[in-house]
Design a protein around this ligand. Structure first.
Ligand SMILES: *[C@@H]1O[C@H](CO)[C@@H](O)[C@H](O)[C@H]1NC(C)=O
Ligand SMILES: CC(=O)N[C@H]1CO[C@H](CO)[C@@H](O)[C@@H]1O
Length: 188
């Protein structure tokens, strides 16, 4: 009798445990691996406007997925230049062009960029009590980083809306607070 009781408790525990795992898998997006940071060669990694540079030996998680998209998906807004010579690296992936930082344009983390499916489409970004419509022109690569192609910057986290200064201005964020802001976004 005691044995059966113990067994059923054990079965319940195992069942509960595996259901938790399934639930977590459905809701979150786990790293697909890590890359090891290499020190940028002299003159590499444009530190313009607080861009982050990889640190030698530091391990950075990489992601092929982003959290699920809803009508108000939580994200972190960061600042990027989409101009030639800016900190965004090469031309934008969607149209192979540079873009004026005076236009509201953004790059999305790999999972949200979703194989170019949001390319040249608009999203609505809400933060700081305001909203702005911005066009998706590029990917913020969550799958790679710390190499020449990515200007020796770390891989993008999986929840980033990387925006031109026009977006920051439109949201009315004071210049001194530019850098990182909690926002929500949705497909426009
Ligand atoms: C996106 O918004 C801009 C104005 O901000 C507009 O000119 C453009 O047509 C819109 N693009 C789409 C695909 O809706
Ligand atoms: C994207 C962005 O805001 N770039 C700015 C970075 O800093 C330089 C110099 O302060 C500005 O000229 C850029 O506009």
């Amino acid at each position: 009798m005691k044995g059966i009781f113990c067994l059923s408790v054990l079965v319940l525990i195992i069942l509960n445990f595996s259901m938790n795992i399934l639930e977590v898998e459905a809701q979150t997006c786990n790293p697909s691996g890590r890359v090891r940071g290499t020190k940028p060669p002299p003159g590499q990694c444009n530190m313009e406007n607080d861009s982050d540079c990889c640190k030698q030996g530091k391990m950075y998680p990489i992601y092929k997925c982003s959290p699920p998209v809803s009508s108000n998906t939580k994200a972190v807004l960061t600042l990027n230049s989409f101009e030639d010579g800016g900190d965004g690296g090469g031309p934008s992936e969607c149209d192979n062009k540079y873009h004026s930082d005076d236009k509201p344009v953004v790059a999305l983390s790999t999972g949200w960029f979703n194989h170019e499916s949001r390319c040249l489409k608009n999203i609505t970004i809400s933060g700081n009590g305001r909203s702005v419509v911005a066009m998706v022109v590029d990917e913020c690569d969550s799958t790679m980083g710390c190499d020449k192609d990515h200007d020796y910057q770390p891989p993008c986290p999986n929840n980033i809306v990387d925006a031109s200064k026009a977006v920051w201005k439109a949201l009315g964020v004071p210049l001194s607070d530019w850098g990182e802001l909690d926002i929500v976004w949705s497909d426009a």
